[in-house]
Design a binder for this molecule. Structure first.
Ligand SMILES: *[C@@H]1O[C@H](CO)[C@@H](O)[C@H](O)[C@H]1NC(C)=O
Ligand SMILES: *[C@@H]1O[C@H](CO)[C@@H](O)[C@H](O)[C@H]1NC(C)=O
Ligand SMILES: *[C@@H]1O[C@H](CO)[C@@H](O)[C@H](O)[C@H]1NC(C)=O
Ligand SMILES: CC(=O)N[C@H]1CO[C@H](CO)[C@@H](O)[C@@H]1O
Length: 562
């Protein structure tokens, strides 16, 4: 009898979960009213289960001053706007064979009304036609294409905007920024069917990347013991264990974000000392695996190979106002010529080593984020000979790292964003949430703050990233209020990964949230997406030095506009 009851309960729960999953899948395009992102509330505990909550979490959060911190300023209207920005079309029926999906070999593109010559600054339009493996034109949208106009000879390229007509055809729009020759290139990053796979796994399969927590203590004999368990974020839809009292929870008092680990075998919850990535789980079906394999992902289309001839013109397309906060990202945001990026957003300069040192003189520079931000830290040290790296005996991926230039009075800092972070074994205490770091900064005209985050958030529900972004926005708004001279630069996502754990499609969606959230905050949003998507180098989540150099030029142009 008891067994039957339990079984009934299980079936009911599974059924409910299935319904919720189905519901969230059906309404994932901003059509349905999804709840505002909020961290899960702690269940009241009797204390006897050994769960230690490290921070001083009040039993009744509503009654404490910390309750003011609960909502990071994300209103229903903003949440609606974000969900609209995330809209992505796709199949309107279940895809059962790969043959029905978009074929990179059969899809094609054509230049509209190709002229004999163009002038610098002219626009070029291209039509992309998606077809399936039987060569039949697709009737719905959602394919993720990227397009560029380029010249191998001139080491030149520019990113194009792709518009989805939701009927199997797409338009790409380009500005022709250099004189000489150019060709069009279009690639299918993911078919719309593969995007659907990504979307479903994002919402239902968040622990496909998991983490380890290391507990350190003494056994009854007094010998040192270390126990390793699985850990992850605590968030709606992310299940670390279905068991009651499975886990130790660590809630940060200021952000109210909670990290959780399964309980170690013998040691108590308050002995958690280290963190690392745990591993990856692939739960894709056979069909899903094919949709995301190398034959279907990131493939250049065979299309219109006619050359485009561009002659110089009087259009002053390179001349822009000095770099300042609040400028919108344009498409194109700039272009490469001989490997040098000219920005269309503002009048970016090109910096020598000496210029770089002069620009950073008398500055505190705080770089925070992931390994792609750390590339900036490393690049600046390599560029400025007087800037010397200190050995702080920290783990390089997490930091904190520091370099100083006594002659020019520069201090340069790096630290990774907080959890979740895929990294080697590192002390938990090194992992600080960026919003807390920013809250603890004085700021002012000598302070430059540079941050990014995206790649470590791609496998979670979008609400989780959104909540993070709004915590940071609140911290930045407060910082700029108390110290208006502070310069804040946000580095966008760059292209790179194309699999179920991290994909340009995931990154692009997170990027849209970030840009929406910071649209009116008075920060500089440094677009590196286009710089990596259109460069001729083989894509790498860690862009090549030639790309980093161009990214740094824009960063410095913002710090030192004149
Ligand atoms: C898919 O298309 C190929 C080539 O046209 C064909 O050989 C194969 O049988 C098709 N598979 C299915 C499941 O339709
Ligand atoms: C798709 O939609 C676009 C824009 O409405 C239209 O110009 C085009 O003719 C349509 N193509 C097809 C194949 O229906
Ligand atoms: C860079 O600056 C140093 C010191 O100010 C100077 O000695 C050196 O000649 C400069 N180098 C270049 C290439 O301008
Ligand atoms: C109509 C058409 O072009 N069909 C081609 C689609 O691509 C496959 C290879 O993937 C070819 O074999 C077909 O001829």
């Amino acid at each position: 009898m008891a067994y039957a009851q339990i079984k009934g309960c299980v079936i009911l729960t599974v059924g409910l979960q299935f319904f919720l999953v189905l519901w969230s899948y059906m309404y994932d395009d901003g059509k349905g009213a999804k709840p505002l992102p909020r961290p899960l509330q702690h269940q009241p505990r009797d204390g006897s289960d050994g769960v230690a909550i490290k921070t001083q979490t009040p039993r009744n959060p509503e009654a404490s001053p910390a309750s003011a911190m609960k909502d990071p300023g994300l209103g229903a209207e903003e949440w609606d706007r974000i969900q609209r920005a995330l809209h992505w079309g796709g199949p309107d029926h279940q895809v059962t064979t790969v043959n029905m999906s978009t074929s990179p070999d059969n899809s094609t593109f054509v230049i509209n009304d190709l002229k004999n010559t163009y002038h610098v600054g002219d626009e070029l339009h291209v039509t992309i036609v998606a077809k399936n493996f039987a060569g039949v034109p697709k009737r719905y949208g959602g394919d993720f294409f990227q397009a560029k106009v380029y010249s191998g000879k001139q080491k030149a390229s520019v990113f194009g905007e792709v518009l989805d007509h939701q009927n199997g055809t797409y338009s790409a729009r380009f500005t022709l920024p250099w004189a000489g020759e150019a060709s069009v290139a279009v690639r299918l990053i993911h078919s719309s069917e593969a995007v659907l796979v990504l979307k479903q796994h994002r919402n239902t399969d968040s622990d496909r990347i998991y983490f380890h927590g290391y507990f350190v203590g003494k056994n009854p004999q007094g010998a040192r013991v270390e126990e390793r368990v699985e850990c992850n974020i605590k968030w709606d839809g992310v299940v670390l264990s279905a068991q009651r009292n499975c886990c130790c929870e660590y809630q940060d008092a200021r952000t109210r974000l909670t990290w959780q680990c399964r309980k170690p075998g013998t040691l108590p919850c308050d002995t958690l000392v280290y963190h690392s990535v745990g591993g990856y789980r692939n739960r894709m079906t056979a069909l899903e695996k094919i949709l995301l394999d190398s034959k279907h992902v990131n493939r250049w289309l065979k299309g219109d190979a006619r050359l485009i001839r561009v002659i110089a013109s009087n259009a002053n397309i390179g001349v822009r106002e000095p770099c300042k906060p609040g400028l919108p990202t344009l498409i194109p945001a700039g272009f490469y010529l001989n490997n040098v990026w000219t920005s269309f957003v503002c009048g970016a300069r090109h910096f020598t080593a000496n210029d770089t040192a002069q620009c950073l003189k008398d500055k505190h520079i705080y770089i925070m984020g992931d390994s792609t931000s750390r590339q900036w830290f490393d690049f600046l040290i390599q560029t400025v000979p007087t800037l010397r790296r200190m050995n702080l005996h920290t783990m390089f991926q997490v930091g904190p790292l520091m370099a100083v230039d006594v002659q020019n009075n520069i201090d340069l800092h790096y630290r990774s964003h907080g959890l979740p972070l895929r990294c080697f074994k590192t002390p938990m205490s090194s992992l600080h949430y960026m919003s807390n770091e920013i809250d603890d900064m004085v700021g002012g005209p000598h302070t430059v703050i540079v941050f990014n985050m995206w790649a470590h958030f791609t496998n979670y529900p979008l609400t989780f990233f959104t909540y993070h972004v709004f915590l940071i926005r609140r911290a930045v708004v407060a910082l700029l209020r108390r110290a208006p001279g502070t310069k804040v630069v946000i580095k966008t996502a760059n292209t790179g990964y194309k699999d179920i754990y991290g994909s340009d499609w995931f990154s692009m969606q997170l990027d849209r949230i970030l840009r929406e959230a910071f649209r009116d905050v008075g920060v500089y949003i440094l677009d590196v997406w286009q710089m990596t998507a259109c460069h001729y180098n083989t894509e790498n989540i860690h862009p090549a030095p030639v790309v980093i150099k161009n990214e740094i030029d824009i960063l410095l142009s913002f710090v030192c506009p004149q």
